[in-house]
Write a protein that binds this ligand. Structure first.
Ligand SMILES: CC(C)(COP(=O)(O)OP(=O)(O)OC[C@H]1O[C@@H](n2cnc3c(N)ncnc32)[C@H](O)[C@@H]1OP(=O)(O)O)[C@@H](O)C(=O)NCCC(=O)NCCS
Length: 262
């Protein structure tokens, strides 16, 4: 287990439990439009606000946007592990499915998470001192589904891809994402991997910032398509020695439907 240094004055033990898990299929109340507008502006400024507006207008017919891919070399340039106390980062296994569903505030089904284990993807969690899951994230080392493209990323030997990072709301902004990335980098390096990728949707400025802090941008691919049909993917379909191929291992819902609605 590895611990991490959390920023902020409150300790995790003092943190109120995160919001109760959202039940899939249940309607969550939407914030008024002016609050959503203000939030979008706060997170990404005018370009993000325009993009959110445009997506809303065309959303019923067209799905379009871009994914930014990031890489981290797992070599001697890797900074020392980041972490200290109060949170433990560790691997999680299939017996913990129910806890993982709660870790995503109910926005991922047990079946979807079970399928990831079946594909041999690895799961990492960050837990507080009472064992409550504050963050979940996954690593693929063979093949990763990119739902926005209806494609898979076939990973070359020595290359890995991590995805679906989610910090529960009550724990955000305390350095958990940073510590989980650090854990992943060092564990994969110890396992002989030399590069790890991740990706962020263009409409997620906070995810973008978090990725940029610890990885370098390597590739941006745009996609556009009528809903229900395979999209057109624009850009070079290669990432290092890994490549994108048509046809998904499983069609997961795009991470737009981020756990907890972001
Ligand atoms: C993105 C997310 C995982 C970040 O998790 P977190 O544990 O709060 O992140 P951290 O506290 O470790 O911060 C990591 C970096 O992100 C940035 N960041 C985090 N929250 C931010 C905020 N509200 N506003 C601006 N930047 C922010 C900071 O740059 C920070 O790095 P720094 O402190 O070294 O500057 C979290 O906001 C989340 O779960 N969002 C919803 C799901 C999602 O978008 N996942 C990413 C999919 S690619």
């Amino acid at each position: 287990m590895s611990a991490l240094n959390l920023r902020g004055s409150k300790t995790l033990a003092e943190t109120p439990p995160a919001a109760p898990p959202r039940v899939l299929g249940a309607e969550s109340p939407r914030a008024p439009i002016f609050l959503r507008t203000a939030k979008a502006y706060r997170e990404g400024g005018t370009p993000h606000l325009l993009m959110v507006g445009l997506r809303r207008v065309i959303a019923p017919l067209v799905d379009a946007g871009y994914l930014a891919f990031f890489a981290r070399e797992l070599d001697d340039t890797l900074p020392p592990p980041e972490g200290a106390s109060e949170i433990a980062v560790r691997w999680a296994g299939p017996p913990e499915i129910d806890r993982l569903v709660a870790g995503y505030d109910g926005a991922r089904s047990a079946a979807a998470l079970r399928e990831r284990f079946r594909r041999h993807d690895r799961c990492i969690v960050a837990c507080d001192d009472r064992g409550r899951i504050a963050h979940c994230r996954w690593i693929a080392t063979r093949r990763a589904n990119i739902p926005e493209f209806a494609m898979d990323l076939v990973l070359a030997p020595g290359e890995a891809y991590f995805y679906d990072g989610y910090t529960r709301r009550a724990w955000r902004g305390r350095g958990i994402d940073v510590a989980v990335r650090s854990f992943i980098f060092h564990r994969l390096r110890a396992d002989g991997f030399h590069r790890v990728y991740s990706c962020v949707r263009g409409d997620n400025p906070i995810g973008m910032k978090a990725a940029r802090r610890r990885q370098r941008p390597v590739q941006t691919l745009w996609y556009i398509g009528l809903r229900g049909l395979p999209p057109l993917v624009i850009g070079k379909r290669i990432l290092g020695h890994s490549r994108f191929v048509t046809g998904g291992i499983s069609q997961e819902r795009p991470a737009a439907a981020s756990a907890g609605g972001n």
